[in-house]
Ligand binder design. Structure first.
Ligand code: FES
Length: 73
């Protein structure tokens, strides 16, 4: 699904960026190109980042969401 129509960036690219080590909105936007024009996609990009970080935290029970958020800041 296309999330950023200005840069034609899909949700899978955003997830891949997080999985590759991007830990915040600015890093994901820099690596994918999303969110750099009109900005209307930024909330959707942020939601996908949060969902991805959360699912990674759930798959690693020792690595809590709070720890993931701390690392992302
Ligand atoms: S839709 Fe992403 S910057 Fe415009």
């Amino acid at each position: 699904m296309i999330v950023c129509h200005c840069a034609v960036v899909g949700d899978k690219q955003i997830v891949a960026s997080v999985e590759a080590g991007a830990t915040c909105l600015s890093q994901v936007c820099a690596s994918t190109g999303a969110g750099r024009d009109c900005g209307s996609c930024v909330f959707s990009v942020r939601r996908i980042i949060c969902e991805t970080v959360e699912s990674e935290a759930i798959s690693d029970p020792v690595h809590t969401l709070a720890e993931a958020e701390r690392e992302a800041s």
